[in-house]
Write a protein that binds this ligand. Structure first.
Ligand code: CS2
Length: 474
């Protein structure tokens, strides 16, 4: 079967969406680190729409730690298929990515960052990619950060690369950059900015000062449910396109991107692609992280204990669906201050409908990855707010305890888990108190007697995985 490529676009069936702009005339205004499924499903699709109006915002993708995206996309001229799953599936070939660089091409990465055409550097490197400690600031002892701080080291971490790229622009007298985190971290732009400045301060204080003036780090909320690519998708895409695509991507039709309006130089007119620019993103971020992602992780850790496989499967369990809805409405929503125009009741209802979408097979095991990095933003911040306001926390303790049981089960069966702290978590040998004492995950919470009592009570009860729906007492 012929492979997807620029030359093959003309032969696509009429129903398949494709770039309606001259790809040869596109300038690379964006460098994106971490072109995984989420980036290709979300931001790259928005830039693809924008390119129909403004050719200055093509993307050079950089994959620091893996060669697989480059190997799949570069022979296809950067093209790939996005399947938007709903009652009817829509297929669209995305052309926003011009090419993918890998970590072993430092000269090309440096050149892309220092290209005068580059105005925006964005990233999806997941929570663990930033090298932050439990307090959300740069962890100088993090192995990748420590390695990048060695005198004369070539950067390997995202933070090291951003500091190096900004330093290069300063030395060349080029304009600054907007650096845009698209990961699920509360206050992602502020954390990124503080981390880059702290790194630069340690290696090159003059660049640190320049960054204060010439760089911006807007906060952003990103949302699109993006199940991992599977063979079923590959087969469907091949049948629809009549072409082979080495790495198609799937997501729900829904997508949302809210970006703080704080850019240096020019701002891409992404509103043409449905993006919202606003002065304050925090309210949107908190609502999305705590409600959608908090509910996702809850469904994952309870659901896997009960033998469910997918989000829709877990939602088809009436008691579990009821529990998650109560958690969202009664325990999480009271911790939020929604921005004007965001109706929390309707937002929760819409999230639950999205979770039930029968067209989407979103594996709970995928969501269960990296719990040590996700729970702080998704659940523990809500717990802290509830404690401060003297609200009950028993129901919020359930996802925490379900995660502890998830680790204990893996430890007992010697099954691997995907988590940067896997060795320490599994090494705790099922002792939940040893895990809750890890301050890089739990921060100050082990010192809160109410929290410890609630987790203990729920943890004991959850020896029976079906006992999650207990009534709050703590
Ligand atoms: C999910 C998210 O894998 C996970 O942890 O909760 O990827 C979620 O699907 C997205 O944030 C939705 O925008």
């Amino acid at each position: 079967m012929t492979r997807l490529s620029n030359a093959a676009l003309a032969g696509l069936p009429a129903a398949i969406g494709r770039p309606r702009y001259d790809r040869g005339a596109v300038a690379q205004g964006v460098v994106h680190f971490g072109p995984g499924a989420f980036h290709r499903a979300h931001q790259a699709a928005a830039f693809d729409t924008l390119l129909g109006e403004d050719p200055r915002w093509g993307i050079t993708a950089v994959s620091l730690n893996s060669a697989s995206t480059a190997a799949a996309l570069n022979p296809q001229d950067g093209l790939y298929t996005l399947a938007m799953l709903d009652a009817d599936t829509e297929y669209r070939v995305i052309g926003a990515i011009g090419g993918v660089l890998t970590g072993d091409q430092p000269g090309a990465i440096r050149a892309a960052l220092a290209d005068p055409a580059t105005q925006l550097v964005s990233m999806t490197v997941t929570e663990k990619g930033y090298g932050l400690g439990g307090d959300g600031t740069l962890d100088f002892a993090h192995p990748a950060i420590a390695a990048d701080l060695e005198p004369g080291a070539a950067p390997r971490s995202i933070i090291g690369w951003l500091a190096a790229g900004l330093g290069e622009r300063r030395r060349r007298g080029l304009p600054g950059l907007t650096l845009l985190s698209c990961d699920n971290l509360a206050d992602n732009g502020r954390k990124l900015g503080a981390a880059v400045r702290a790194f630069a301060q340690a290696v090159d204080p003059e660049t640190a000062r320049w960054i204060e003036q010439e760089a911006r780090f807007p906060n952003a909320m990103v949302d699109a449910i993006t199940p991992a690519t599977d063979d079923r998708l590959r087969a469907r895409v091949a049948a629809e396109l009549g072409l082979a695509d080495a790495w198609p991507i799937q997501r729900e039709r829904f997508t949302q991107w809210v970006i703080e309006d704080d850019f240096v130089g020019e701002r891409p007119a992404l509103e043409l692609a449905g993006v919202t620019f606003t002065r304050d993103v925090r309210g949107f971020e908190a609502a999305k992280l705590r409600l959608l992602n908090g509910a996702h992780s809850t469904l994952a850790y309870i659901g896997l204990g009960l033998g469910h496989q997918s989000v829709a499967g877990a939602m088809a369990d009436p008691a579990l669906a009821r529990f998650v809805e109560r958690l969202m409405r009664d325990d999480i929503a009271p911790s939020l201050t929604p921005p004007t125009g965001l109706d929390l009741d309707a937002y929760i209802g819409a999230i639950l409908d999205r979770f039930r979408n029968p067209a989407i097979d979103h594996r709970l095991s995928q969501i269960a990855w990296d719990g040590s990095q996700k729970l702080p933003y998704r659940i523990l911040d809500t717990v802290r707010d509830a404690l401060a306001a003297d609200r009950p926390i028993a129901r919020l303790a359930v996802p925490v305890a379900a995660w502890l049981h998830f680790i204990a089960r893996a430890a007992a069966t010697k099954s691997p888990i995907t988590d940067p702290l896997a060795d320490r978590l599994l090494g705790a040998g099922g002792d939940w108190r040893a895990i809750v004492a890890m301050r890089d995950i739990f921060g100050d919470l082990p010192g809160e007697p109410r929290f410890m009592a609630a987790v203990e009570q729920v943890h004991d009860a959850l020896a029976d995985p079906a006992a999650y729906a207990l009534e709050p007492t703590a």
